[in-house]
Design a protein around this ligand. Structure first.
Ligand code: F0G
Length: 360
Protein backbone atom coordinates (compact mmCIF):
# COMPACT_ATOMS: atom_id res chain seq x y z
CA UNK A 1 0.00 0.00 0.00
CA UNK A 2 1.29 3.45 -0.87
CA UNK A 3 2.28 5.38 2.25
CA UNK A 4 3.14 8.83 1.02
CA UNK A 5 2.96 11.53 3.70
CA UNK A 6 0.43 14.00 2.29
CA UNK A 7 1.29 17.20 4.15
CA UNK A 8 -0.21 18.49 7.38
CA UNK A 9 -3.54 19.71 5.99
CA UNK A 10 -4.55 16.37 4.54
CA UNK A 11 -3.04 14.34 7.39
CA UNK A 12 -4.85 16.36 10.07
CA UNK A 13 -7.77 17.73 8.06
CA UNK A 14 -10.42 16.92 10.68
CA UNK A 15 -8.57 18.82 13.36
CA UNK A 16 -7.88 21.97 11.35
CA UNK A 17 -9.98 25.04 10.74
CA UNK A 18 -10.30 24.63 6.98
CA UNK A 19 -13.19 24.17 4.54
CA UNK A 20 -13.43 21.13 2.30
CA UNK A 21 -13.34 23.27 -0.85
CA UNK A 22 -10.12 25.11 0.04
CA UNK A 23 -7.42 24.37 -2.55
CA UNK A 24 -4.59 22.69 -0.66
CA UNK A 25 -1.22 24.20 -1.44
CA UNK A 26 1.30 21.72 -0.06
CA UNK A 27 4.94 20.75 -0.44
CA UNK A 28 4.56 17.68 1.76
CA UNK A 29 5.43 19.51 5.00
CA UNK A 30 5.29 17.88 8.44
CA UNK A 31 5.90 14.26 9.28
CA UNK A 32 9.31 15.27 10.62
CA UNK A 33 11.49 12.92 12.63
CA UNK A 34 11.42 12.74 16.39
CA UNK A 35 15.01 11.75 17.06
CA UNK A 36 15.70 9.95 20.34
CA UNK A 37 18.75 11.56 21.90
CA UNK A 38 20.04 9.57 24.90
CA UNK A 39 23.36 11.46 24.83
CA UNK A 40 21.48 14.70 25.38
CA UNK A 41 19.37 13.13 28.15
CA UNK A 42 22.64 12.17 29.84
CA UNK A 43 24.13 15.64 29.37
CA UNK A 44 21.16 17.34 31.05
CA UNK A 45 20.37 14.55 33.51
CA UNK A 46 16.84 13.91 32.22
CA UNK A 47 14.95 10.65 31.82
CA UNK A 48 14.50 10.78 28.06
CA UNK A 49 15.03 13.45 25.44
CA UNK A 50 13.84 13.62 21.85
CA UNK A 51 14.51 16.23 19.20
CA UNK A 52 11.65 17.23 16.92
CA UNK A 53 13.73 17.97 13.84
CA UNK A 54 11.86 20.67 11.97
CA UNK A 55 14.74 21.29 9.59
CA UNK A 56 13.36 18.27 7.73
CA UNK A 57 10.47 20.32 6.37
CA UNK A 58 10.49 21.23 2.65
CA UNK A 59 12.09 24.66 3.07
CA UNK A 60 14.12 23.57 6.09
CA UNK A 61 12.11 25.04 8.96
CA UNK A 62 8.89 24.65 10.95
CA UNK A 63 7.39 27.60 9.12
CA UNK A 64 6.11 25.31 6.35
CA UNK A 65 3.45 23.83 8.64
CA UNK A 66 1.80 27.20 9.02
CA UNK A 67 2.55 28.39 5.51
CA UNK A 68 0.63 25.55 3.84
CA UNK A 69 -2.47 26.72 5.76
CA UNK A 70 -1.89 30.45 5.28
CA UNK A 71 -1.22 30.22 1.54
CA UNK A 72 -4.04 27.73 0.92
CA UNK A 73 -6.46 30.10 2.61
CA UNK A 74 -4.99 33.13 0.84
CA UNK A 75 -5.66 31.41 -2.49
CA UNK A 76 -9.17 30.48 -1.34
CA UNK A 77 -9.76 34.19 -0.63
CA UNK A 78 -8.61 35.06 -4.13
CA UNK A 79 -5.29 36.61 -3.09
CA UNK A 80 -2.85 37.22 -5.94
CA UNK A 81 0.03 38.12 -3.63
CA UNK A 82 1.22 37.33 -0.11
CA UNK A 83 3.48 39.44 2.08
CA UNK A 84 5.54 38.76 5.20
CA UNK A 85 8.16 40.30 7.43
CA UNK A 86 10.90 37.85 8.20
CA UNK A 87 14.23 37.09 9.79
CA UNK A 88 14.63 34.63 6.91
CA UNK A 89 12.74 31.40 7.42
CA UNK A 90 9.22 32.75 7.04
CA UNK A 91 10.29 34.47 3.82
CA UNK A 92 11.84 31.27 2.43
CA UNK A 93 8.64 29.40 3.23
CA UNK A 94 6.24 32.07 1.96
CA UNK A 95 8.19 32.34 -1.28
CA UNK A 96 8.15 28.57 -1.85
CA UNK A 97 4.44 28.12 -1.14
CA UNK A 98 3.55 31.17 -3.25
CA UNK A 99 5.57 29.67 -6.10
CA UNK A 100 3.65 26.41 -5.74
CA UNK A 101 0.35 28.33 -5.71
CA UNK A 102 1.35 30.42 -8.72
CA UNK A 103 0.95 33.72 -6.89
CA UNK A 104 3.38 36.49 -6.03
CA UNK A 105 5.30 36.81 -2.77
CA UNK A 106 6.70 39.96 -1.23
CA UNK A 107 9.16 39.62 1.64
CA UNK A 108 10.42 42.33 3.94
CA UNK A 109 13.71 41.52 5.64
CA UNK A 110 15.86 43.51 8.07
CA UNK A 111 18.73 44.96 6.07
CA UNK A 112 21.92 42.89 6.30
CA UNK A 113 20.51 40.63 9.01
CA UNK A 114 19.38 37.46 7.31
CA UNK A 115 21.62 34.55 6.43
CA UNK A 116 22.72 33.91 2.85
CA UNK A 117 21.05 30.49 2.75
CA UNK A 118 17.66 31.99 3.57
CA UNK A 119 18.13 34.90 1.18
CA UNK A 120 19.05 32.39 -1.54
CA UNK A 121 15.80 30.52 -0.90
CA UNK A 122 13.68 33.66 -1.29
CA UNK A 123 15.54 34.53 -4.50
CA UNK A 124 15.23 30.98 -5.83
CA UNK A 125 11.48 31.01 -5.31
CA UNK A 126 11.29 34.39 -7.08
CA UNK A 127 10.06 36.47 -4.17
CA UNK A 128 10.02 40.21 -4.48
CA UNK A 129 12.59 40.99 -1.75
CA UNK A 130 12.92 44.30 0.03
CA UNK A 131 15.59 44.99 2.65
CA UNK A 132 14.06 47.36 5.14
CA UNK A 133 16.23 49.89 6.96
CA UNK A 134 15.23 48.59 10.35
CA UNK A 135 14.89 45.39 12.35
CA UNK A 136 12.32 42.58 12.15
CA UNK A 137 9.87 44.45 14.36
CA UNK A 138 9.92 47.40 11.93
CA UNK A 139 9.40 45.00 9.01
CA UNK A 140 6.34 43.51 10.70
CA UNK A 141 4.76 46.93 11.30
CA UNK A 142 5.30 47.72 7.62
CA UNK A 143 3.91 44.34 6.44
CA UNK A 144 0.80 44.80 8.58
CA UNK A 145 0.29 48.31 7.28
CA UNK A 146 0.64 47.26 3.62
CA UNK A 147 -1.67 44.25 4.00
CA UNK A 148 -4.28 46.38 5.68
CA UNK A 149 -4.36 49.04 2.99
CA UNK A 150 -3.32 47.24 -0.20
CA UNK A 151 -4.22 44.06 -2.08
CA UNK A 152 -1.68 41.77 -0.49
CA UNK A 153 -2.38 38.96 2.01
CA UNK A 154 -0.38 38.84 5.27
CA UNK A 155 1.18 35.45 6.08
CA UNK A 156 3.06 36.30 9.28
CA UNK A 157 2.07 34.41 12.39
CA UNK A 158 -0.30 37.23 13.41
CA UNK A 159 -2.44 35.50 10.80
CA UNK A 160 -4.18 32.76 12.86
CA UNK A 161 -3.95 30.31 9.93
CA UNK A 162 -0.21 30.09 10.59
CA UNK A 163 -0.58 28.94 14.22
CA UNK A 164 -3.38 26.62 13.19
CA UNK A 165 -0.99 24.82 10.83
CA UNK A 166 1.92 24.88 13.27
CA UNK A 167 -0.10 23.21 16.02
CA UNK A 168 0.18 19.97 14.02
CA UNK A 169 3.68 19.53 15.43
CA UNK A 170 2.13 18.75 18.83
CA UNK A 171 -0.12 16.17 17.20
CA UNK A 172 2.89 14.53 15.59
CA UNK A 173 4.78 14.39 18.89
CA UNK A 174 1.81 12.69 20.51
CA UNK A 175 1.32 10.34 17.54
CA UNK A 176 4.99 9.34 17.65
CA UNK A 177 5.30 8.83 21.42
CA UNK A 178 1.77 7.81 22.36
CA UNK A 179 1.93 10.31 25.23
CA UNK A 180 2.72 13.98 25.77
CA UNK A 181 6.18 14.81 27.15
CA UNK A 182 6.53 16.35 30.62
CA UNK A 183 8.35 19.30 29.11
CA UNK A 184 8.41 20.77 25.64
CA UNK A 185 11.36 23.08 25.01
CA UNK A 186 11.92 25.52 22.14
CA UNK A 187 13.43 28.81 21.03
CA UNK A 188 11.18 31.86 21.20
CA UNK A 189 11.29 34.84 18.85
CA UNK A 190 7.97 36.21 17.75
CA UNK A 191 6.44 33.55 20.05
CA UNK A 192 4.14 32.13 17.39
CA UNK A 193 5.51 28.62 17.54
CA UNK A 194 5.40 28.48 21.35
CA UNK A 195 1.75 29.53 21.16
CA UNK A 196 0.98 27.05 18.37
CA UNK A 197 2.39 24.06 20.30
CA UNK A 198 0.24 25.07 23.24
CA UNK A 199 -2.84 25.20 21.01
CA UNK A 200 -2.07 21.69 19.73
CA UNK A 201 -1.50 20.21 23.19
CA UNK A 202 -4.57 21.94 24.59
CA UNK A 203 -6.71 20.41 21.85
CA UNK A 204 -5.26 16.98 22.62
CA UNK A 205 -6.16 17.52 26.27
CA UNK A 206 -9.67 18.69 25.42
CA UNK A 207 -10.13 15.61 23.23
CA UNK A 208 -9.16 13.48 26.23
CA UNK A 209 -6.04 12.12 24.52
CA UNK A 210 -3.60 13.51 27.08
CA UNK A 211 -4.07 14.22 30.75
CA UNK A 212 -1.46 16.85 31.47
CA UNK A 213 -0.16 19.61 29.28
CA UNK A 214 3.60 19.60 28.77
CA UNK A 215 5.28 22.42 30.68
CA UNK A 216 6.54 24.66 27.91
CA UNK A 217 10.05 26.04 28.36
CA UNK A 218 10.77 28.90 25.98
CA UNK A 219 14.27 30.29 25.57
CA UNK A 220 15.36 33.58 24.05
CA UNK A 221 18.79 34.97 23.21
CA UNK A 222 20.18 37.21 25.96
CA UNK A 223 20.22 40.34 23.78
CA UNK A 224 16.72 39.70 22.44
CA UNK A 225 14.82 38.53 25.50
CA UNK A 226 11.68 40.67 25.94
CA UNK A 227 9.82 37.93 27.86
CA UNK A 228 12.53 37.90 30.50
CA UNK A 229 12.75 41.70 30.63
CA UNK A 230 8.96 41.86 30.83
CA UNK A 231 8.78 44.50 28.10
CA UNK A 232 9.72 44.92 24.41
CA UNK A 233 13.39 45.45 23.58
CA UNK A 234 13.99 48.39 21.24
CA UNK A 235 17.31 47.20 19.81
CA UNK A 236 17.49 43.39 19.96
CA UNK A 237 20.93 41.92 19.23
CA UNK A 238 22.11 38.31 18.90
CA UNK A 239 24.09 36.17 16.49
CA UNK A 240 20.95 33.98 16.35
CA UNK A 241 19.43 36.15 13.62
CA UNK A 242 16.25 34.06 13.31
CA UNK A 243 15.20 35.13 16.81
CA UNK A 244 16.56 38.68 16.76
CA UNK A 245 13.16 40.07 17.74
CA UNK A 246 12.34 42.67 20.37
CA UNK A 247 8.57 42.91 20.26
CA UNK A 248 6.97 39.46 19.87
CA UNK A 249 3.66 39.58 18.00
CA UNK A 250 2.18 36.66 19.98
CA UNK A 251 3.04 38.17 23.37
CA UNK A 252 -0.32 37.58 25.08
CA UNK A 253 -0.88 34.13 23.60
CA UNK A 254 2.59 33.03 24.68
CA UNK A 255 2.24 34.42 28.18
CA UNK A 256 -1.03 32.55 28.57
CA UNK A 257 0.59 29.35 27.25
CA UNK A 258 3.43 29.73 29.73
CA UNK A 259 1.05 30.24 32.67
CA UNK A 260 -1.47 27.54 31.82
CA UNK A 261 1.17 24.94 30.94
CA UNK A 262 3.18 25.72 34.08
CA UNK A 263 6.18 26.57 31.92
CA UNK A 264 8.91 29.15 32.03
CA UNK A 265 10.80 31.64 29.89
CA UNK A 266 14.51 32.23 30.27
CA UNK A 267 17.44 33.40 28.19
CA UNK A 268 20.75 31.95 27.08
CA UNK A 269 23.89 33.74 25.92
CA UNK A 270 25.08 33.72 22.31
CA UNK A 271 28.04 31.65 23.51
CA UNK A 272 25.72 29.02 25.02
CA UNK A 273 23.74 28.93 21.77
CA UNK A 274 26.85 28.47 19.65
CA UNK A 275 28.32 25.74 21.80
CA UNK A 276 25.03 23.78 21.81
CA UNK A 277 24.80 24.29 18.02
CA UNK A 278 28.21 22.59 17.75
CA UNK A 279 27.39 19.92 20.34
CA UNK A 280 24.18 18.82 18.61
CA UNK A 281 25.91 18.30 15.29
CA UNK A 282 29.01 16.74 16.87
CA UNK A 283 27.30 14.40 19.30
CA UNK A 284 23.77 13.75 18.01
CA UNK A 285 24.25 14.09 14.25
CA UNK A 286 21.56 16.76 13.97
CA UNK A 287 22.78 19.92 12.24
CA UNK A 288 20.66 22.95 13.05
CA UNK A 289 21.04 26.66 12.56
CA UNK A 290 22.36 28.45 15.69
CA UNK A 291 18.95 29.90 16.66
CA UNK A 292 17.53 26.40 16.65
CA UNK A 293 19.97 25.28 19.32
CA UNK A 294 18.55 27.85 21.76
CA UNK A 295 16.05 25.43 23.31
CA UNK A 296 18.63 22.73 24.00
CA UNK A 297 21.07 25.37 25.28
CA UNK A 298 18.37 26.55 27.66
CA UNK A 299 17.73 23.05 28.90
CA UNK A 300 21.44 22.67 29.63
CA UNK A 301 21.31 25.95 31.57
CA UNK A 302 18.38 24.57 33.58
CA UNK A 303 20.35 21.37 34.21
CA UNK A 304 23.24 23.38 35.65
CA UNK A 305 20.75 25.16 37.92
CA UNK A 306 19.47 21.78 39.12
CA UNK A 307 16.10 22.38 37.48
CA UNK A 308 15.88 19.21 35.38
CA UNK A 309 14.01 16.26 36.88
CA UNK A 310 15.92 13.00 36.38
CA UNK A 311 12.75 11.19 35.33
CA UNK A 312 11.44 13.85 32.98
CA UNK A 313 10.53 13.03 29.41
CA UNK A 314 11.44 16.00 27.30
CA UNK A 315 10.91 17.01 23.68
CA UNK A 316 13.00 19.82 22.25
CA UNK A 317 12.00 21.38 18.96
CA UNK A 318 14.99 22.24 16.81
CA UNK A 319 13.44 24.68 14.42
CA UNK A 320 15.62 25.11 11.32
CA UNK A 321 18.26 23.32 9.25
CA UNK A 322 21.98 23.93 9.74
CA UNK A 323 22.56 24.51 6.02
CA UNK A 324 20.66 27.77 6.27
CA UNK A 325 23.49 29.41 8.20
CA UNK A 326 26.76 27.59 7.53
CA UNK A 327 29.12 30.33 8.66
CA UNK A 328 29.25 29.23 12.30
CA UNK A 329 29.85 25.58 11.44
CA UNK A 330 32.87 26.52 9.29
CA UNK A 331 34.69 27.89 12.32
CA UNK A 332 36.34 25.97 15.16
CA UNK A 333 35.80 26.66 18.84
CA UNK A 334 38.39 29.44 18.84
CA UNK A 335 36.70 31.13 15.90
CA UNK A 336 39.32 30.12 13.30
CA UNK A 337 38.26 28.98 9.82
CA UNK A 338 38.28 25.20 9.44
CA UNK A 339 40.24 24.11 6.34
CA UNK A 340 40.09 20.47 5.21
CA UNK A 341 43.60 18.98 5.13
CA UNK A 342 45.01 18.61 1.62
CA UNK A 343 46.38 15.17 0.69
CA UNK A 344 47.90 13.16 -2.14
CA UNK A 345 46.15 10.32 -4.01
CA UNK A 346 48.40 7.68 -2.41
CA UNK A 347 46.54 5.22 -0.14
CA UNK A 348 49.50 4.52 2.14
CA UNK A 349 50.15 8.23 2.69
CA UNK A 350 46.48 8.97 3.30
CA UNK A 351 46.19 6.04 5.73
CA UNK A 352 49.20 7.40 7.63
CA UNK A 353 47.68 10.86 7.70
CA UNK A 354 44.49 9.37 9.15
CA UNK A 355 46.33 7.11 11.58
CA UNK A 356 44.56 4.03 10.20
CA UNK A 357 45.73 0.63 11.39
CA UNK A 358 46.80 -1.73 8.57
CA UNK A 359 44.73 -4.97 8.60
CA UNK A 360 45.85 -6.74 5.39
N1 F0G B 1 13.74 29.24 15.19
C1 F0G B 1 13.87 29.62 13.91
C2 F0G B 1 14.85 28.88 13.05
C3 F0G B 1 13.11 30.69 13.40
O1 F0G B 1 13.26 31.05 12.13
C4 F0G B 1 12.23 31.36 14.26
C5 F0G B 1 11.43 32.49 13.78
C6 F0G B 1 12.12 30.91 15.59
C7 F0G B 1 12.89 29.84 16.00
C8 F0G B 1 11.19 31.52 16.56
O2 F0G B 1 9.89 31.19 16.29
O3 F0G B 1 8.99 33.47 16.02
O4 F0G B 1 7.47 31.52 16.30
O5 F0G B 1 8.87 32.35 18.20
N2 F0G B 1 11.59 33.03 12.66
C9 F0G B 1 10.71 34.05 12.07
C10 F0G B 1 11.05 34.29 10.62
C11 F0G B 1 10.55 35.25 12.89
O6 F0G B 1 10.80 35.40 10.12
O7 F0G B 1 11.56 33.39 9.97
P1 F0G B 1 8.72 32.19 16.74
Amino acid sequence: MAKLWRGVITEYFDRLDIDADTPIITLGEGGTALVHAPALAKLVGAGEVWLKVEGMNPTGSFKDRGMTMAVSKAVAHGAKAVICASTGNTSASAAAYAAKAGIKSVVLIPEGKITLGKLAQAIAHKAEILQVQGNFDDCLVLARDLSEHYAVHLVNSVNPDRLEGQKTASFEVFDALGFAPDYHVMPVGNAGNYSAYFKGYLELQQAGQIKNLPKQLGFQAEGAAPFIAGHPIAKPETIATAIRIGNPASWDLALNAQKVSGGEFDFVTDQEILSMHRWLSNEIGVFVEPSSATGAAGLLKFAKLGKVDSKAKIVITVTGHGLKDVGWALKDESGNDVEPTSCSKDAAQVAELLGLERIK
